[in-house]
Design a protein around this ligand. Sequence first.
Ligand SMILES: Cc1cc2nc3c(=O)[nH]c(=O)nc-3n(C[C@H](O)[C@H](O)[C@H](O)COP(=O)(O)OP(=O)(O)OC[C@H]3O[C@@H](n4cnc5c(N)ncnc54)[C@H](O)[C@@H]3O)c2cc1C
Length: 390
Amino acid sequence: MTSLGAWELPEELRMVRETVRRFMENDVKPAEDQVPHDAYELPESLFRPLSDKARTLGLWGYRFPKQYGGGGLNLLGQAVLAEEAAKCRMGINIPACGAFGLDVPSPIFRGSQQQIERYAIPAIQAGKRVYIAISEPSGGSDPARAIRLKAVRRGNSYVLNGQKMWIGAAASAEWGLVFARTDPGAGRGGISCFIVDKNVKGLTMRPIPVIRSLSPYEMFFDNVEVPEENRLGEEGQGFALCDKFVVESRIPFSAGCIGVAKAALRIATEWAKTRETFNSKLADKQAIQWMLADSEMELRAARLLVWQAAWKCDLGQDAKIDSSIAKVAATETASRVVDRAIQIMGGLGVSKELPLERWYRELRVRRISEGPSEVHRMVVARHILRSGND
Ligand SMILES: Cc1cc2nc3c(=O)[nH]c(=O)nc-3n(C[C@H](O)[C@H](O)[C@H](O)COP(=O)(O)OP(=O)(O)OC[C@H]3O[C@@H](n4cnc5c(N)ncnc54)[C@H](O)[C@@H]3O)c2cc1C
């Protein structure tokens, strides 16, 4: 038996990672330096050359299935690339400034061929974000119980009435996936998923200002009519369609957090090597060295947890617990590391001269969205109480 290669990334993936690293350094960052600190997109003149180059490099839509025009990369590959693509100022929410295309929620690929052709493929080609609307004012942590948005069948349509809350990209997306209750008495099995077009009659929105500059939206459905052909999957199958999606989407989400934290640690490390206080460099002081060392150790551990969850998904194993563990480890570690990086930088750390304060604010959201840390801990605790620990 040999352990050779047991932990090393495949050669092919290391090469793609190098390509993305170079692209981020040489192309993305210089373009991003020309837009304001809190910008969430590049003007077309800066964006177009980036996306053209990404297409040439084969990186456009790397997350999506090959048969629909994506790169078909497995989850381990997605984790590795998401980490690198996050290493720019807008990288947590807009990886590589959108140069690889933005997120299209994977449940759409479980829809009919007609739905995929009409909605998924144009979204992949355009590289635009699509929203996914689950949370409501009644709560986001426990959506199976909290969803109140009603969808009532009328002829060949459904009529939607109610609200959604905290929905990212709701105003800019051409369409989104909306989860609504079709059977009030059926609990989790009473929720269905609908594809809702932009500008549909009866749908209004308002932005909710939050700690980061990118606002999510509150959505109001007032007799919004959705044709039956826009129901994704069977009636009552809304959550079943998403089971795989929620587990898998946490992997690039978590890897992105590690990417910005790595970038923050690099900034702080370089600074510590040159900044002097009390007659010596910051890097010579044990208090600073320990912050750097703890950050490196914690990030390596969190990254392995993310990769482990990805491996299990790629092997077709149940990764529900692993992806919860990875999500908590990555988001909490990244928050601590960026906080330490700010501390090492002193006043500069909280200034808008550097990306750190922006990452700090954006990472704070990440411990709540995609399931708050407490809910993931609950999932893990229930598992070990039921089945023991591995
Ligand atoms: C910026 C932003 C963007 C978002 N984007 C989207 C989106 O695109 N689509 C979407 O559907 N949703 C989105 N969300 C919603 C997000 O998923 C919810 O905010 C999250 O699930 C928590 O729901 P809640 O805010 O209703 O808090 P609640 O469910 O009321 O929970 C409040 C707090 O209680 C604690 N808690 C909850 N349950 C437990 C438990 N079992 N044990 C211990 N403590 C617990 C947690 O600390 C939690 O943060 C977004 C949120 C934000 C802030």
